[in-house]
Design a protein around this ligand. Structure first.
Ligand SMILES: *Cc1c(COP(=O)(O)O)cnc(C)c1O
Length: 369
């Protein structure tokens, strides 16, 4: 029997994509490095995990998994609508917000379309578009890490189908200020969809913590704000994200291009409970804001260049290929993410976690550097 070859079947756009640079699961780390992790700080997870109420709801719902979940996500969709002040018909749930990025692209993009984003970028913003034959233009942050609004405005001088970026931006950390968002929105051409990825919005502080949907509404373009239960709500393994859309037509389209039953029965009840637990959310965000300042100061004192951050992570210059630094740190039990996107190959991202995990990272880094 000959080995079947799939090479000729696979579309060129897919073959050309890199593998997703995912963090290493803890059991995989143990198997490969023969030790326990001291600090798993490579995937921007919540070190406290989810609200205990979410875990309780998963237990209570476990016996019901013989049935399909509600395809319309009615309870969770209405809870999100009530919480955000939006119409429930404009809310779309996904199997993580990553699922919705793909759903948006499948609904909107034609081969050859231009997609504009920032650099360094969240990989899925780029790869999902490339997989459909779109052209992605990445606008770099300037050396002072100001949000690259001028560059984005320049890139939108030509027609663009989708403008997509995260704020706070993963992996860099900065967030766009409200007056800068207004200036950017004023330059968006007719016929462009704005995808505003707010996966880390709960960690914003001061003037940067504003309700973007009001500004997006006022600008008069089609838009979607992507949010998730994976980060501040601590439910990364459950896979629940959502989008707030400019109009119900967009939400209806995305229900066709996402997977049906995107939110499974256990994840749905967990997200509902997590959304109601404000105390857990506030405990998480207060801890992260304090620790990100402390770790930034410690890195700066070590002479390490750090980008300003509004997320639960820091982007720092490694002074060597970052994948090599990440590998060296793994041998000390510390998992970070070496960045694999040019020209940031000597930068890495570390998640802010428990104080002792952050200390493990800092002491391992000082030994390795
Ligand atoms: C983590 C993250 C997401 C969300 O991922 P899901 O787990 O799929 O909800 C989306 N966008 C950015 C920029 C992220 O960092």
């Amino acid at each position: 029997m000959t080995t079947p070859s799939s090479a000729a079947l696979i579309r060129a756009e897919i073959a050309a994509l890199p593998d997703y640079n995912a963090g290493l699961a803890l059991d995989q780390f143990r198997a490969r490095y023969g030790r326990d992790a001291l600090a798993k700080v490579d995937s921007n997870e919540n070190p406290f995990g989810p609200s205990p109420a979410a875990i309780e709801q998963i237990r209570a719902a476990a016996a019901g998994v013989g049935r399909y979940p509600d395809a319309g996500d009615t309870a969770l969709r209405h809870a999100i609508a009530a919480r955000t002040g939006r119409d429930a018909d404009t809310v779309i749930l996904g199997n993580g917000s990553e699922d919705l990025i793909g759903a948006v692209y499948r609904a909107i993009l034609r081969p050859g379309d231009r997609v504009v984003t920032i650099c360094p970028s969240f990989g899925l913003h780029e790869f999902g578009a490339l997989s459909l034959g779109a052209v992605v233009e990445k606008v770099p942050f300037p050396a002072d890490w100001q949000f690259p609004v001028d560059g984005l405005i320049h890139a939108m001088a030509q027609p663009v189908r989708i403008l997509i970026f995260s704020s706070p931006s993963n992996p860099a950390g900065p967030a766009i200020a409200p007056h800068e968002l207004v200036r950017l929105l004023a330059a968006v051409p007719e016929g462009t969809l704005i995808v505003f990825d707010e996966a880390y919005r709960e960690y914003l502080s001061g003037d940067l913590a504003f309700e973007a949907t009001e500004l997006l509404d006022r600008a008069g373009h089609a838009w979607i704000s992507l949010r998730t239960f994976s980060k501040a709500y601590g439910l990364a393994g459950a896979r629940v994200g959502y989008g707030l859309c400019s109009d119900s037509g967009m939400a209806r389209a995305l229900r066709k291009t996402r997977n049906p039953f995107a939110v499974n029965a256990l994840a749905g009840v967990a997200a509902l409970a997590a959304l109601a637990d404000d105390a857990h959310l506030h405990r998480t965000t207060a801890h992260i804001r304090a620790e990100r300042d402390r770790v930034t100061a410690a890195l700066t004192a070590m002479g390490v260049e750090v980008a300003p951050t509004q997320g639960n992570f820091l982007f720092f210059k490694t002074g060597q290929p970052s994948t090599e630094l990440a590998e060296a740190l793994r041998h000390h039990g510390v998992l970070i993410k070496g960045w694999q996107e040019s020209p940031f190959l000597d930068w890495a991202r570390v998640t802010i976690a428990l104080a002792e995990e952050n200390d493990s990272f800092l002491s391992a880094l000082s030994r390795v550097l």
